[in-house]
Design a protein around this ligand. Structure first.
Ligand code: PNS
Length: 172
């Protein structure tokens, strides 16, 4: 009998602010699932930013979207990304690149992360063209100004945006 072949499962981390998650992020997660066995969507706990959605609200939205997916896990992290990745036994960091303007910062982060840990590779993925101009920041702005976000965000995000802005208006 031949030797048993050990198949190593590849765990990838998809880190970000996800304030809120958009169809562009979802597109990247789908593409990552074609390459990796498990994708951890890791939401950064960043005390320096003032997000629209709390970390728990962001987590809940993403968990709802992936409740039936065994290969997508949702988590939050703080501190260094490479340390978090190595703690989880992840060997890949996934980042989406929409345009050349994203590249400069992403390139800098990838090289700095490599300097901090040679065990983790950054993989850049390109979303569908229809999402190449999409960002969480624009989603919030367009929603506030009453523009259409049809096809750009999942229904749960649309619902939570409505709820959030109703709450905000009440408190003014
Ligand atoms: O969605 P974002 O805001 O573009 O995501 C940025 C993120 C979370 C990938 C980046 O800020 C990050 O990795 N922060 C964790 C702290 C860290 O490791 N910093 C050094 C990066 S070289």
């Amino acid at each position: 009998m031949g030797k048993a072949i050990e198949i190593k499962k590849i765990r990838a981390i998809y880190p970000g602010s996800f304030d809120p998650i958009t169809n562009g992020h979802i597109d990247i997660i789908q593409r990552s699932l074609h390459l990796f066995d498990e994708v951890i969507v890791a939401i950064l706990i960043n005390p320096e930013k003032t997000p629209l959605f709390t970390i728990e609200e962001r987590r809940k939205m993403i968990e709802t979207l992936y409740k039936n997916s065994k290969r997508v896990k949702i988590d939050t992290f703080d501190g260094l990304l490479v340390e978090y990745a190595s703690k989880l036994g992840a060997s890949v960091i996934v980042r989406g690149i929409r345009a050349i303007s994203d590249y400069e910062f992403e390139f800098q982060m990838a090289l700095m992360n490599r300097r901090l840990s040679t065990d983790i590779e950054t993989v850049f993925m390109v979303p569908a063209e229809s999402f190449s101009y999409l960002s969480s920041k624009l989603v919030k702005e367009i929603f506030k100004l009453g523009g259409s976000l049809e096809g750009l965000i999942p229904n749960i995000v649309q619902k939570e945006l409505r709820r959030k802005f109703r709450i905000r208006k009440k408190s003014i």
